[in-house]
Design a protein around this ligand. Structure first.
Ligand SMILES: C[S@@+](CC[C@H](N)C(=O)[O-])C[C@H]1O[C@@H](n2cnc3c(N)ncnc32)[C@H](O)[C@@H]1O
Length: 405
């Protein structure tokens, strides 16, 4: 029998209560779902099937947020998290799951978002392409620095305290080496008093922002699918190098024949714009970060692709002001941040009526929200594929293709 303690009068759970719950499944956001006292309990760092003694941390209306005090009956999907910082560090929230269970949970998260938010029946099978490396894969990191307490690492879970990390098992080896070097400087009292360092690995080393020692590189380069991309730590660049070529191929699937006009929205340093410019007569890339657009222009120019132009703007604003000048677009690829496309961007995209839309998303919930609007505007969902760009976390990359029917 599940044990319960300290329910509020009327059966309502309150912060500090301890109770036993069975975790039913993993929800979008990565938390476990359980029920107790007629209330919905969200359990952090859970595995589906766990029977766990949980402690209630906060209650919002009928929603209860809890953390595991003790696993009473572990789920068959549960494994021992190898990282000594797991649970305290805010970086990974899936290390308690076997890799197979992580992939299954991500497929379930996508399915759940499609059903509840996009209100579409998901495909029978959602395959999440596994990552070739499930440890030491992250080619980017942002480290927080608490100079007063001499701490360097990631934020602790749910706080802005710095979790001091000496070795990060998901960081790619050159990124982790850079962390070790910064730590040496910290110990020697030679680390600059900045709050944050960003590191990004490329084919030739690691770029660091801000640079710390003479010889620290400012920019990096990656070669993917025959294209060359330059960037620095201040611009977005995808973090899982081994899955990048298949992700780009899936994002552009169906454009092999080329066409007249293609748009690359939220284009970063031009990951999709370069191959698109080899296929389409005219390409427009739109990106909000001026540092990224400067690299995108340089990457296109180095590749001698003058048929692509790069606009520095919020996508929604740009579409509102310039979509009319384009005439029609055959293909639009959009790859927004986790927040998804802003409402004006979705409106602008619908107004543009491209024949084919490829939506590359790093958050299934905002993808599902935007998908609903596109389906309501007459688009048909043609295909969905997912890529495990972020092993050991609940995050997942999804690519959907839509056609204007
Ligand atoms: C997920 S990244 C994708 C970048 C690129 N497609 C790639 O894969 O390398 C999202 C990009 O959108 C940019 N961004 C965020 N909000 C934006 C907005 N409202 N308008 C334009 N760009 C935006 C970010 O600077 C970032 O470069």
């Amino acid at each position: 029998m599940p044990r319960r303690e300290a329910p509020e009068p009327g059966g309502r759970l309150r912060a500090g209560a301890v109770l036993d719950v069975r975790v039913e499944r993993i929800l979008p956001g990565g938390v476990g779902l359980a029920h107790a006292e007629g209330q919905t309990v969200f359990v952090g760092l859970a595995a589906p099937g766990d029977l766990a003694r949980v402690s209630v941390e906060s209650v919002r209306g009928r929603l209860v947020f809890a953390s595991i005090a003790e696993v009473l009956e572990p789920s068959p999907a549960r494994v021992e998290p190898p990282c000594p910082y797991f649970g305290r560090c805010g970086g990974c929230d899936f290390q308690q799951l076997s890799y197979e269970a992580q992939l299954a949970a991500k497929a379930e998260i996508i399915r759940d978002c499609l059903r509840r938010m996009a209100r579409v029946e998901p495909p029978d099978e959602i395959r999440v392409e596994p990552s070739p490396e499930i440890w030491r894969y992250r080619s980017r990191a942002r480290w927080q620095h608490d100079a007063r307490r001499r701490l360097l690492g990631y934020y602790e879970r749910g706080s802005h305290r710095v979790c001091d990390v000496a070795d990060c098992p998901v960081a790619a080896p050159p990124v982790n080496e850079r962390l070790l070097r910064l730590r040496e400087l910290l110990v020697e009292g030679r680390l600059p008093e900045v709050a944050e360092f960003e590191a990004v690995a490329g084919d030739e080393g690691v770029a660091l922002d801000p640079s710390v020692e003479p010889g620290d590189e400012r920019e990096q380069v990656r070669r993917i699918g025959g294209e060359t991309y330059r960037f620095d730590a201040g611009c977005f660049f995808q973090i899982n190098h081994a899955l990048l070529a298949p992700l780009v191929a899936e994002g552009l699937r169906g454009t092999e024949e080329g066409g007249d006009t293609a748009l690359d929205l939220y284009s970063g340093v031009g990951l999709f714009a370069l191959p698109l410019a080899r296929r389409f007569r005219r390409v427009v890339a739109v990106e909000g970060n001026p540092a990224a657009t400067a690299y995108a222009r340089r990457n296109l120019s180095d590749a001698t692709l003058p048929n692509a132009r790069v606009e520095t703007s919020a996508v929604g604003d740009w579409l509102a002001r310039h979509a009319g000048e384009l005439g029609r677009a055959d293909f639009v690829l959009l790859d927004p941040p986790r927040a998804g496309a802003e409402p004006e961007a979705v409106r602008g995209l619908i107004g543009l009526k491209p024949t084919h839309i490829s939506y590359v998303s790093c958050d299934p919930a905002t993808l599902a929200r935007d998908l609903r609007a596109l389906l309501d505007a007459g688009y048909r969902l043609d295909s969905l594929r997912a890529f495990d760009m972020f092993p050991q976390t609940h995050h997942v990359e999804t690519v959907v293709h839509l056609f204007n029917s």
